[in-house]
Each structure stands twice: as C-alpha cells, then as structure tokens.
Design a protein around this ligand. Sequence first.
Ligand SMILES: Cc1cc2nc3c(=O)[nH]c(=O)nc-3n(C[C@H](O)[C@H](O)[C@H](O)COP(=O)(O)OP(=O)(O)OC[C@H]3O[C@@H](n4cnc5c(N)ncnc54)[C@H](O)[C@@H]3O)c2cc1C
Length: 375
Amino acid sequence: MVSSHSFDAIVIGGGIAGVSVAAFLAEDGVNVGLLEREDSLAYHTSGRSAALLTPYYGPDAMRAFARIGTPFLESPAFACNAPILSDRNTLTLVEEDLAIAIDRPPKSVWLSERECLERVPFLRRGRYIGGIVDTEVASIDVHELHSVFVKALTSRGGKVFRNAPVTQMTQAPSGSWQVSAGTETFQSRTVINAAGAWGDEVAKIAGISPVGLVPKRRTVVVIDASQFSDTKFDDLPFVIVEPDYLYFQPFGIGQLMMSPIDQTPSLPCDAQPDELDMAITVARFEEVSTLKVARIDHSWAGLRTFSPDGNPVIGWEPQKAGFFWIVGQGGYGMFSSPAIGRYAASLVAGSDLPPAYESSGFQFNTLSPERFRLC
Ligand SMILES: Cc1cc2nc3c(=O)[nH]c(=O)nc-3n(C[C@H](O)[C@H](O)[C@H](O)COP(=O)(O)OP(=O)(O)OC[C@H]3O[C@@H](n4cnc5c(N)ncnc54)[C@H](O)[C@@H]3O)c2cc1C
C-alpha cells in the first residue's frame, strides 16, 4: 500500500550534505523529511573520505566555508557524544624542482630531509629536499559528525526515510512537489537536491536541466603494519607527496591508508577500486618509502563530484520554483558541511545568516546554479 507524507521541505540524499542542511532546517523550525535510496545513510562518498579538515586547500569558496565552519567542528552547536576533531598535521614532501612553486599555508613550517625522516622513518633518502608541516589541519570523526546532524534533525521532529529511492517528481500548478520514493509518496513546496554524484540525475527526474556534474573516482588502499618488522604507523602525520602523486596517513589501529590522488571521471555508481589503480598506489608507496608491501588489507573507492567550474552548486534553481541544489563539493564536502548546511538552510528557510558569512568577504551568491543557466 502506498503511504503519503507531507513536509515543508524534502531533502534527497542522506550523505553529509543532506543531513547537515536537514539539521539546520530543523533548527530553523522547518518540518523536514530526508529521503535516502540506500538502507544505510552515508553509504556512498560520505562513508569513504580521508576525513581531513584542511582550511587552506581547495577553491576560495571551500576555504571560506572551512573558516566559518571550524568553530562548529571544534564545539558543535548540536548535541554531540565525542569530539569531532582530533590532532593531525600534514607533511608535504617537496622535491627540489617544486620547492619555490609550492603553495604554503600561512603558519606552515619548513623541515629539512633529516627532520622529515624523524617523523616518517621509512621515507626513501635523497628524493626530497624537505617538507612543509601544516599544523592548522585536523582529523574529522566522520561517523560522529554525520550522527550529530542526524540526531539534531530527528530530535527536532525531522523524519529520515531509508530505502527511499526518488524515481518521480512532478510539480502541481500550485507549486507543490509530489515525490515518489519506493512505496511512499511525499508532498512539499521545497525539494533539496543533495544527491552527490547523482545530483544531475535527480534534477532530470524533476524535469530540470543538469548543471554538468562530473563524479571522479578516488582509490584508497589500506595496509597493516604487522607485515613489516619494527614499523609503526600510529604517530605519522598525513603525508602528501606532490605533485598529486600519493598521500598516506595512519588509519584505525596499526594501519596506513594511502591514495594515488586519482580522479578518474565516472558515471554515478557504487564506486569500486580498480585493480590497476591499487597496483599504482602500492608502486608509488614503495617508490617513496623503503617498505615492500606484501599484502593489502582492504581498499575502497569513492566519487568526488565536481561542477564544471570546480565550485559547489548551492542555491535555488531558476528554471523551476521550489527546487534547491547542494552538490559539487568535490573533495571538501566533509569539512565544509557545517557552514554549507547553515548557509543552505538560511536560504531555504529565509533565516538570518551568522555574521561570519559577511565578514569572510566571500560572495556566496556566486555559487548559485544560475551561473550555469546564463549561456
Ligand atoms: C577518497 C576520498 C577522500 C576524501 N577526503 C575528504 C577529506 O579529507 N575532507 C573532506 O572534507 N572531504 C573529503 N572527501 C569529499 C567528501 O567525502 C564529499 O565531498 C562528501 O562526502 C559529499 O557528500 P554528499 O552528501 O554530497 O554525497 P554522498 O555521501 O554520496 O551522498 C549522496 C546520497 O544521495 C543518495 N541518493 C542519490 N540519488 C538518490 C535518489 N534518487 N533518491 C534518494 N537518495 C539518493 C545516495 O544514495 C547518497 O547516499 C573525500 C572523498 C573521497 C571519495
């Protein structure tokens, strides 16, 4: 039997983008229903990230969102069971040719090769002249951050529907959207597209032109320290080998996660690691280190989704009333989620934005999908 629900706003997608905007809307007193196709939330990109807060990484929009959202990550405005951030430094290894060109965060410190080796004892000698340490970064407890938003939503009366794939959307002459998802139907004046890699697919279901999103696959390989004698990973920094060659960082207990920083264009899908990309990851790690990898413990891949200009798409769709976009967060959607969620919720609910947005100096209205509708 088909059951029907009515909300002030429907959010499509239960990743970090969907749950964050839903939580802030609920805070503004909006009655929200969140629809997720899978039987668990954060199954796709949001469950597959490197979980790093890097305020000096990515486009200006993301740097602004990072600055505005960091106080929330440090001390969430919603109920929280455990700290979201923990200490992590990045160490960017630099070859002689790149030393002048490299983009240095403001408070970063230069380390000699010897000092790099003290921090990462298995680095191959002679390849890097040194490295840049950035201490203004942190690790994010992604599970906790996502749960904080879900609890903030549900404790304010918001509803989460799992196994709810949106397959049909029509708009009545009154402006009200009718949304079909599985065996349920939903009515709302506002639909929020937070469908990640499927953002353009969801727009098409609503009869709206795509904005040109490109999901890009990134591979992660995890190895265990137990296969090496006398090697520990737990105290390492997040090591980046430029230019876009490899990164690795401690993961779980006694493990190391690494990525070849790949970005292979993909269709929206349940991304899986490609054998060749995994082999490239291990080969690069063996090239920059003195360790020989005998065994991969596990691996995954995730889709980082970009708009044509690399900036997120956040705002009302000009082609049809009541359709709002939050997509294209690329590789920055986790740390930017508190500030993007608050910004989007304020546009949808018509509530005041905190002063930090204006004082950031960034023109957030340039992120509207309107920029793709002018030509
Ligand atoms: C390897 C990797 C490393 C990364 N590292 C970092 C990092 O260090 N720091 C950082 O900030 N970011 C990082 N990111 C990026 C970050 O993970 C993403 O920007 C963020 O997770 C995107 O969240 P989302 O909610 O938009 O997408 P998703 O988590 O993919 O959520 C979209 C949801 O929409 C649902 N959906 C789609 N279509 C429908 C439909 N028709 N009906 C119902 N539901 C639907 C999907 O099932 C999915 O659950 C990384 C990403 C990857 C892959």
